[in-house]
Design a protein around this ligand. Structure first.
Ligand SMILES: [Zn+2]
Length: 174
């Protein structure tokens, strides 16, 4: 496929909302509120302040109901977000199937949605997990798939695949 000349790009095509972007949001459950409070308590107890290294707390709930916390480890080389630390902590405690995740900022910043890297990791390693995040309708939970329409997907040993696992003919789809 060749790249169209710049003059052909000047007039943008009409856009229409995609069905896949109609993201189903769920009201928070009592268990979700407990998870938020857990993440908040972890960051409140362990943050080192506004300009600190540890500014975000996260918590995950496993399908067995256990809660596991993480806190970010900021570093310019790419230190992990709180969400990724929480995933590791859950795994270290033997929790393999996870139900929900949330991150809360320090200094009373409340619930903060996951960054793009976290979303990709969640999609690839914990498909179906519910992510609690601020939305236009307030704090709600949404399945990770709802946050990653038309996503790239990756798995160890397989690499990148079309997502969802419904292969698209690369020629027909151009
Ligand atoms: Zn992140």
């Amino acid at each position: 496929m060749s790249i169209p000349p710049a003059e052909d790009l000047a007039e943008a095509p009409a856009e229409a909302p995609a069905e896949a972007l109609d993201i189903p949001l769920a009201e928070l459950t009592d268990a979700d509120r407990e998870l938020i409070a857990f993440a908040r308590d972890v960051v409140d107890a362990n943050t080192d302040g506004e300009e600190g290294i540890h500014t975000m707390g996260a918590a995950v709930r496993a399908v067995d109901g256990t809660l596991h916390a993480g806190i970010n480890v900021y570093h310019f080389t790419g230190g992990p977000c709180a969400e990724l630390v929480a995933l590791g902590a859950a795994r270290a405690a033997g929790a393999r199937e996870l139900d929900a995740i949330v991150a809360v900022g320090n200094m009373g910043r409340g619930v903060v949605g996951p960054c793009g890297r976290d979303r990709q990791v969640l999609l690839d390693y914990h498909p179906g997990i519910r992510v609690i995040l601020p939305t236009t309708r307030g704090v709600r939970s949404v399945r990770i798939e709802g946050l990653m329409p038309y996503a790239f997907a990756w798995s160890p040993g397989v690499g990148a695949t079309a997502y969802p696992s419904d292969p698209v003919d690369p020629v027909e789809s151009c």
